[in-house]
Design a protein around this ligand. Structure first.
Ligand code: ADP
Length: 220
């Protein structure tokens, strides 16, 4: 059995999404092998990324030749062409790549990707759209939803919490959310403690069920 290149990550498709993904992985210290069939894209990203090769990812022979069977993690970042994205995932599954991540652009696309062998399906437009909607209409400054009905948000502290200690206010009893971090005006973020007293302009990190976090962020 061949050793898998567990450190490196392959990114297929250097469009708007794939190029950000590849550069972020590089900045995080991972070796990236980037693949695009368009020679202009390859040329554009060659100076920035470790290894950029031109290949059609729908051809399983090309994927094999590039040694993709040795990689533990491959991301199919192609969005516009559902056919190219699905065929790429299928080829990677045939090669036995253990962790295939794929980008979907619609619910149907997501279902097909999962059916042909993608373990992780990402939906950047839908996820970002939903997140930004929360940021626009509530006091949230940042928001992450996890599975199993759990969320964490960065929220401007509501007036109801000003001037008394968190111990007295009991945000878990009152709103069902746990305040895990607090940033008072002009200070850095600190772990929230029982004696933390919030002032106007404070920012909180709160966690709890999706509904309770959203309701908390909607308080005035
Ligand atoms: P974005 O919305 O991120 O810009 P696109 O789907 O428009 O996404 O771009 C995807 C990238 O994937 C493009 O650079 C395109 O050349 C590349 N691509 C499309 N099909 C293939 C394929 N079969 N093999 C390799 N790269 C591909």
């Amino acid at each position: 059995r061949r050793r898998r290149d567990t450190e490196g990550v392959v990114v297929i498709g250097l469009g708007r999404f794939g190029c950000h993904l590849a550069t972020s992985l590089t900045q995080l210290g991972h070796e990236v092998l980037a693949i695009d069939r368009n020679p202009d894209r390859v040329q554009k990203w060659s100076p920035t990324l470790d290894r950029v090769v031109q290949a059609d990812a729908t051809e399983v022979g090309a994927l094999r030749q590039l040694g993709l069977a040795d990689f533990a993690r491959v991301v199919v970042a192609i969005g516009a062409s559902v056919e190219a994205s699905v065929l790429s995932v299928l080829g990677l599954a045939e090669l036995g790549v253990p962790q295939i991540w794929a980008r979907a652009t619609s619910e149907q696309h997501a279902r097909i990707l999962a059916a042909v062998g993608a373990q992780q399906v990402i939906f950047p437009e839908a996820e970002t759209g939903e997140r930004v909607a929360h940021l626009i209409v509530s006091r949230m400054l940042d928001y992450i939803e996890f599975g199993d009905d759990f969320a964490i948000a960065k929220v401007r502290a509501p007036e109801a919490l000003f001037g008394r200690t968190l111990r007295e206010l009991g945000p878990i009893d009152r709103y069902g959310v746990m305040v895990v971090g607090a940033k008072l005006p002009g200070e850095p973020f600190r772990y929230a403690a029982g004696d933390t007293v919030l002032a106007p302009g404070s920012i909180l990190i709160v966690e709890g069920s999706i509904e309770q976090v959203q309701r908390f962020a909607a308080l005035t």
